[in-house]
Design a protein around this ligand. Structure first.
Ligand code: HEC
Length: 199
């Protein structure tokens, strides 16, 4: 069998299409790595599944999600506590066409208030008749709290504080613009009810 070639001693009996196999030992590092994975899997199973000592994915996710929600609520609470002193942004990057506030308005608000703010399901935001107060802070509050009974959604937690400031600043620029065929004034309360562009 040997035929002078030391490898021939390791030749296994079987053969397929002239291809033969040598019975080589696996390298020790490979064998040890393999053994370690088995040891690891046993420890893993006991730790997570038998003893229940560690969090599985779902529990980890829930914990992180809760932590995220806490950070979010804290930031919203901080924003809301300082609302009374807010003033509209003058930054063109926010209130200009294509700016953050404009983009948010077109995406989230225009379906009900029309892209030009003239009003559709929601009231006209360009005239000086306001249902929930005419000044910037009134608007911010309406946007945060919504008027669920009347179809105005609450944007608390949907838009972050910076986005709420941006979109409120944008609608502030709509005041006094006269879009075509606006929704008739909601006559419940007439403006002005506070410091606004109309005072
Ligand atoms: C699903 C429709 C809808 C969407 C979307 C919507 N609104 Fe409204 N909005 C309304 C309605 C309806 C009212 C009137 C509520 C009432 O009659 O009390 C309103 C009222 C308002 C008011 C108060 C107007 C006033 O006269 O006092 C502001 C400000 C406003 N919305 C801003 C926004 C902004 C900003 C967005 C986008 C982030 C938005 N709305 C998205 C339907 C909507």
């Amino acid at each position: 069998m040997n035929n002078g070639n030391p490898d021939n001693a390791k030749l296994l009996e079987h053969e397929a299409d002239g291809i033969k196999e040598l019975d080589n030992l696996l390298p020790p590092w490979w064998v040890w790595l393999f053994n370690l994975t088995i040891i690891f899997s046993v420890i893993y199973m006991i730790y997570y599944h038998v003893a229940g000592a560690g969090d599985l994915q779902a529990a980890e996710y829930t914990k992180e999600w809760k932590r995220g929600e806490e950070i979010k609520s804290a930031s919203i609470a901080k924003f809301e506590s300082g609302i009374a002193t807010l003033t509209p942004s003058q930054d063109k990057e926010i209130i200009g066409t294509g700016g953050e506030g404009h983009r948010l308005f077109v995406t989230y608000c225009a379906p009900c208030h029309r892209p030009d703010g003239g009003g559709l399901v929601g009231p006209n935001l360009c005239d000086n008749y306001w249902i929930h107060g005419s000044n910037y802070v009134d608007n911010v509050k309406t946007i945060i709290n919504g008027v669920p009974a009347k179809g105005m959604l609450s944007w608390r937690g949907v838009l972050n504080p910076d986005q709420i400031k941006a979109v409120s600043s944008y609608i502030y620029t709509l005041r006094g613009t006269n879009p075509k065929n606006p929704k008739p004034a909601e006559n419940t309360v007439t403006a002005p009810t506070g410091p606004s562009a109309f005072e």
